[in-house]
Design a protein. Structure first.
Length: 148
């Protein structure tokens, strides 16, 4: 007589599989039963002061806001007129290399100057007038003129 193909180990594994399936079905049923109650606890509201509360806002305190009046981004600045001609003193100038630096009288900032941007010959200590232009490494003085 032939013995059964099913061994103890196979029967035990099948029992475990069935038990897992039943446990899973029970958990799903419990979640479905409790899901109607749990979503009510998870709702949060924001009151008129921006605080999070669990009570819904009062419709009487509701305000209508025009969406077109909301500005998103950087606020526009008013154009401040900066004088185009500035005054300064030549702090350093190397004639052999053809460049130097001018220190502005008002702001005490130093600006690069190249010999090609000088209309009259200048030397260290001279008072000059100039305009600013953006260069490769920052602002540089152009149209430099010597003042008396």
């Amino acid at each position: 007589m032939a013995s059964s193909q099913e061994t103890y180990n196979k029967r035990d594994q099948e029992k475990k599989r069935l038990k897992k399936r039943l446990d899973k079905q029970q958990k799903v049923a419990e979640r479905k039963a409790n899901s109607q109650n749990s979503t009510g606890n998870m709702i949060a509201y924001v009151d008129e002061y921006g605080n999070i509360t669990d009570t819904p806002p009062d419709p009487a305190k509701r305000r209508i806001i025009d969406a077109g009046s909301i500005e998103i981004g950087v606020p526009k600045r008013e154009m401040v007129e900066v004088p185009s001609i500035r005054k300064g003193r030549v702090e350093f100038f190397n004639h052999s290399k053809g460049f130097g630096f001018i220190k502005e009288v008002d702001s005490q900032e130093k600006f690069f100057v190249h010999v090609n941007n000088v209309t009259q010959e200048i030397k260290e200590g001279d008072m000059v007038t100039f305009e600013l232009e953006r260069g490769f490494k920052g602002m540089s003085a152009v149209g430099v003129k010597k003042t008396s």
